[in-house]
Design a protein around this ligand. Structure first.
Ligand code: NAG
Ligand code: NAG
Ligand code: NAG
Ligand code: NAG
Ligand code: NAG
Ligand code: NAG
Length: 756
């Protein structure tokens, strides 16, 4: 749809001009206008053109939302004089369905911003919201009010959502309640719910939607996030260690994710682009959960445009980064008019069958399937996908219809576009744990809120998980760098400041020179977990080989090899999205964060420090901000000597003793070549030198010393041509980290390190 916006008068003008040029003008222009709003045409008044009405916020177009210019030069639906096309005030479904209570004020219709209050008859207690406001998306705020009496029923009264009717008043085990929506409303959610043995109702609470009702990005991300999270985290077994939930990634179980994006021309290019971007965001977000799903991603109209084949994924031939590039580069181009929604489901069914053959019957049982389709449901070829969806269910449920395998299949529909065929789409959803059908208006916001998915409590302990923001406001810093810690030591009335990083709920990693020689009671750590901003140190652990004077006999006055220490805190910090550990080398968790199949420390190092110039970051405090990020380039391999040689002349280091002073345990950054690096300032010592990988942060080194004192108290400062920084490479001190953090029989939960 190359044409974007043509208002009715403009269209008429174009049509007149075009007619003179001998171009046909297909559909009539009369009676298309709308009171209080306007419309856009996808392709002027030509055949196949789609007209979309637009109203101001709080209003919706009535009676038509869209019109299509048909092959016989007439509009569908045809514009009529009565009722006139106009913008109507948004309505919410009738709340006067409350049992055993009163709704006030009683009105025939409820419009946007109208407020209602709910009261139960005496002897009944209320669950849900006592006050609700009709929102701009056509839904009531809060949750369904329910008045009930303790009747000893097995399941709680499930209530009646606004606009609905319920059949069934028995709430014992295996009792069923059925819902329908009144008038021209349609039902989203479960039309039938069964009281289960565990006291819960099966399925999800239904809701009644108008054609003008839609889900806000926040609602979508919450519902979708919660339920997809269940598919993702069921792969992780949890075990209880000292009351702390620790998430372990189980290697068993495989997650297969199938994504289909409708690119037929009933969907504007803008929607297509945004769905595509949402998919990119989604797979990036999922990657941060430490699971490595297999993906099948396809665009579709009357035919399929496969982006990635799930079989390639299974065989390790497809990489996530390539998929993202392919998605980003996909050119929608000329699109055909047909939409074959069934084709995309058939494709998914076929892939499931192939996977079953490859994986074998037994392993296939452990596969979970998540299908996500972005579409408006306006299919005009291939027939209804319902029978294919039934086959998909049979396949995933292993032909068991008892609900025992309901968790193994989720089908989500993201209904997009201007005219959505809800009646066809709603029944295609499947799965438990919340809504699976979303009417989305603002796909852009949806992308942003996919971020919220990773905020769930169950994954909050995952190392290195953090948020990324476009603008870097101070209050967002804790979420961007949730592992950051500030260290102070007190001696003779003056204090010394350093940086550190949270590596477990109880340990801070820093430089040995920051705390060496101090008693633990003179060391405090600032890390704001909402409990106590200042944490006391309990025990200090230094690398056993740390000795500043060890090379004095060679004339090296200060020697910083093994400049690494761990501070054990008196109290655990409260892990949250603001405060959580960074990933450190050679742990099992870091392996999962890096999606490495190979369980070896070397492969982590190869992945993180593979190039001779590796971009890294560390933090600094400044006067006005909590922290700022510095950008540096590690000079490795052939680049290393040119970098470290600038240490000659510092603290008695000579060309002869250079290699003794700057051992292989140091990573060198700084200088102007090939990029102007930032340089460390006093106060940056001990801070994490890190690298981001998807949504996770991995600490590869820590700031130790520099060849010059360029700046005294923090701040983002550029390097001079001869200033260099030396950071302790954590891969070289894993034995020490493992000896302290991985020790089994201690009073803290150990980190799991790789064998080699
Ligand atoms: C069309 O309607 C929309 C929504 O009410 C409004 O934002 C826009 O300015 C209108 N455009 C014109 C040209 O009237
Ligand atoms: C145009 O075709 C549609 C179906 O294709 C039909 O329903 C409609 O009546 C036709 N209109 C006219 C004016 O022929
Ligand atoms: C409900 O909203 C309509 C339209 O804005 C308004 O006219 C009416 O007064 C409102 N009713 C109440 C009780 O607020
Ligand atoms: C996980 O897989 C291993 C082999 O890959 C198997 O020995 C073990 O029993 C499985 N565990 C579960 C819980 O299925
Ligand atoms: C959609 O994306 C393509 C390629 O990224 C771009 O060329 C095109 O202009 C975009 N269209 C819209 C409407 O944003
Ligand atoms: C540090 O090294 C020097 C020189 O080798 C040695 O005399 C001293 O005992 C060492 N200190 C510690 C604490 O090991």
């Amino acid at each position: 749809m190359g044409f974007s916006i043509h208002w009715s008068w403009l269209a008429a003008l174009l049509c007149a001009l075009w007619m003179r040029a001998g171009v046909r003008c297909d559909c009539p222009e009369s009676n298309l206008q709308m009171q209080g709003g306007n419309y856009t045409l996808s392709n002027n008044l030509e055949r196949g053109s789609m007209l979309v009405y637009h109203c101001p916020e709080g209003y919706y177009p009535y009676p038509a939302i869209t019109r299509l210019c048909q092959a016989n030069d007439s509009w569908r639906p045809r514009p009529k004089r009565f009722p006139p096309q106009r913008c109507r005030l948004i309505e919410c479904p009738d709340p006067n369905v409350l049992e055993y209570g009163n709704v006030s004020p009683p009105q025939e219709k409820y419009y946007v911003d109208n407020e209602t209050t709910y009261e139960c008859y005496s002897g009944y207690t209320m669950r849900g919201s006592a006050t609700r406001v009709c929102l701009k998306n056509g839904k009531w705020s809060g949750s369904t009010p329910i008045c009930s009496r303790d009747s000893g029923d097995h399941c709680a009264n499930p209530g009646i959502p606004p606009g609905a009717s319920r059949v069934g008043n028995m709430f014992g085990i295996d009792d069923t309640v059925r819902y329908t929506c009144n008038g021209n409303l349609f039902l989203v959610g479960s039309s039938e719910r069964v009281c289960r043995e565990n006291g819960q109702w099966s399925g999800n609470e239904p809701a009644c939607y108008y054609k003008h009702t839609f889900d806000t990005p926040l609602e979508v991300s919450k519902a979708f996030g919660n339920s997809i999270k269940e598919s993702l985290t069921t792969l992780e077994s949890t075990d209880d260690i000292q009351g702390e939930r620790k998430i372990r990634i189980s290697k068993n179980g495989t997650l297969d994710i199938y994504i289909g994006v409708d690119i037929s021309d009933s969907i504007s290019e803008d929607y297509v682009n945004k769905s595509r971007d949402a998919v990119v965001k989604l797979i990036t977000t999922i990657a941060s959960f430490s699971v490595t799903p297999n993906y099948e991603i396809t665009f579709f109209s009357s035919e399929l445009y496969e982006i990635v084949n799930i079989i390639d994924f299974m065989e390790g031939k497809a990489k996530l980064s390539d998929v993202k590039t392919k998605l980003e580069e996909f050119d929608v181009g000329d699109r055909n008019t047909g939409t074959n929604l069934n084709l995309v489901f058939e494709q998914f069914l076929e892939k499931m069958a192939l996977i079953k053959i490859r994986a074998g019957e037994e392993n296939f049982k452990e596969h979970r399937h998540v299908i996500i389709v972005f579409t408006d449901g306006a299919y005009n070829m291939g027939g209804s996908p319902a029978p294919t969806v039934a086959k998909i269910k049979n396949s995933a449920y292993l032909n068991l219809a008892d609900g025992s395998r309901d968790d193994y299949l989720d089908i989500y529909i993201f209904a997009i576009g201007d005219d959505i065929f809800d009646d066809d789409l709603m029944p295609l959803t499947a799965g438990t744990g919340g809504n699976h059908y979303f009417r989305v208006k603002d796909l852009e916001k949806l992308q942003e809120t996919f971020d919220e998915m990773i905020d769930e409590d169950e994954v909050k302990g995952l190392c290195g998980l953090h948020k990324e923001y476009e603008d870097h406001r101070n209050e967002q810093k804790r979420k961007m760098y949730p592992w950051m810690a500030f260290i102070s030591t007190q001696a003779d009335g003056h204090s010394k400041k350093c940086m550190g990083s949270l590596v477990t709920p109880e340990f801070i990693l820093t430089a040995a020179h920051c705390v060496y020689g101090f008693l633990p009671e003179k060391v405090t750590v600032e890390i704001d977990d909402g409990q106590h901003k200042i944490k006391k140190a309990k025990t200090l652990f230094y690398h056993p080989l740390y000795n500043v004077t060890a090379q004095k006999d060679k004339g090296i006055n200060e020697f910083y090899d093994y400049d690494v220490a761990l501070i054990q805190l008196e109290k655990y910090v409260d892990i949250s999205t603001d405060v959580r550990p960074i990933c450190i080398p050679c742990t099992l968790e870091t392996n999962a964060a890096l999606h490495l199949v190979d369980q070896s420390c070397q492969s982590q190092e190869r992945l993180l420090l593979k190039n001779h110039l590796e971009r890294l970051n560390f933090l600094t405090r400044t006067k006005n901000t909590i922290v700022e990020q510095k950008d540096v380039h590690a000079k490795l391999g052939d680049n290393r000597y040119e970098c470290i040689k600038h240490a000659v002349g510092v603290e008695g280091i000579t060309a002869d003793t250079l290699r003794d002073a700057v051992t292989d345990n140091f990573i060198c950054t700084g200088g102007l070549q090939p990029f102007r690096d930032h340089i460390a300032c006093t106060g940056d010592s001990g801070g994490a030198v890190y690298k981001n990988f998807e949504h996770r942060t991995i600490q590869v080194a820590l700031v130790s010393w520099g060849s010059q004192q360029v700046c005294r108290d923090g701040g983002v400062k550029e390097s001079k041509s001869n200033s260099r920084d030396f950071h302790i490479n954590l891969f070289k001190v894993v034995d020490f980290l493992k000896a302290v953090l991985g020790k089994q029989d201690m009073d803290y939960a150990p980190l799991e390190f790789l064998e080699n």
